[in-house]
Design a protein around this ligand. Structure first.
Ligand code: PDD
Length: 279
């Protein structure tokens, strides 16, 4: 499979990243993951818009227009003949040597872009069974809206989940559920769907955006408002969402069953609606 390195499609082995690349040294960069269904990148514009918004927030000058970026990633999907799979791409601020925390003069650095693809089918089995999650204090920073490649906080939270055989870690800050380590978190109580509002405490998920739209269109009651850890534990249904997971039921929390421990009716409905959007 080919990859993109800056604006070229190349063999992976020919990619060279400088050891003083600021992405490598400081985690100074942004990333996106977009899912391809039937050879088409789903919600591509929304993902590209989010990367541009992130770039604005960290004063990173994008080396291409939105349209150029769009054509670039589409070209890799075509080149690698990805039907159902993912494209991962990232942009770092580039080689800023000599090492210095301060942003270098944008005239003196060239951002470095890379993209790669993987073939990943939809995981129908996992989506029908659901997953286990733990709850954990949110120890990350206060710019969770930026899809930064600095993911150590998220990685540490996920590791805590994996240590006990769980799939995901749902995080909470000051008693309020924020989001999971690599997905957004949702709960359903008395037929109302709750998820944390966008802002600096969570990533404004593109899947979240799609779910909010399809849920509202279907006449389901949705409240984009904070909910507590206690409410989460008393929920009828819980799920997480991301580009790669879609609508993924959570059937146990810290080892205890969510509701009756089975995938519930509203989550099932959302899965059906989501599948209609993407297939
Ligand atoms: N993760 N919150 C966090 C912390 C995430 O890392 C992600 C996505 C989401 C969901 O965003 P979206 O619906 O736009 O994928 C929420 C990606 C998939 C990843 O890191 O692989």
């Amino acid at each position: 499979m080919k990859v993109i390195w800056n604006k070229e499609i190349v063999d992976r082995a020919s990619v060279k990243i400088d050891l003083e690349d600021r992405g490598y040294q400081f985690g100074d960069g942004l990333y996106e993951v977009i899912r391809a269904y039937n050879g088409t990148l789903f919600t591509i514009d929304e993902h590209i818009d989010r990367m541009f918004r992130g770039a604005d927030k960290i004063d990173l000058k994008m080396p291409f227009t939105k349209e150029e970026l769009k054509q670039l990633i589409i070209s890799l999907i075509k080149e690698n003949q990805i039907d159902t799979g993912n494209i991962y791409f990232q942009l770092t601020r580039g080689n800023g040597s000599p090492r210095n925390h301060a942003y270098p003069d944008p005239e003196k650095v060239t951002p470095v872009f890379t993209a790669s693809t993987t073939v990943v089918p939809r995981d129908a089995v996992l989506m029908s069974k659901g997953v286990a999650a733990i709850t954990i204090p949110d120890m990350r920073w206060l710019h969770c809206d930026i899809k930064s490649i600095s993911l150590l906080g998220n990685v540490m939270a996920k590791h805590e989940a994996h240590k006990v055989g769980a799939f995901e870690a749902i995080q909470h800050r000051d008693g309020i559920v924020t989001e999971a380590s690599s997905s957004n978190s949702w709960m359903i109580k008395d037929d109302v769907i709750y998820t944390h509002p966008d802002g600096n405490l969570i990533l404004a998920g593109i899947t979240k955006l799609v779910i909010l739209k399809i849920a509202r269109e279907a006449g389901l009651k949705v409240k984009e408002e904070p909910y507590t850890l206690e409410q989460l534990k008393q929920a009828d249904e819980v799920f997480i969402s991301s580009t790669t997971l879609e609508v993924m039921p959570v059937v146990t929390l810290d080892g205890a069953s969510v509701g009756d421990g089975k995938v519930g009716p509203i989550v099932t409905k959302l899965q059906e609606l989501y599948a209609q959007e993407v297939t």
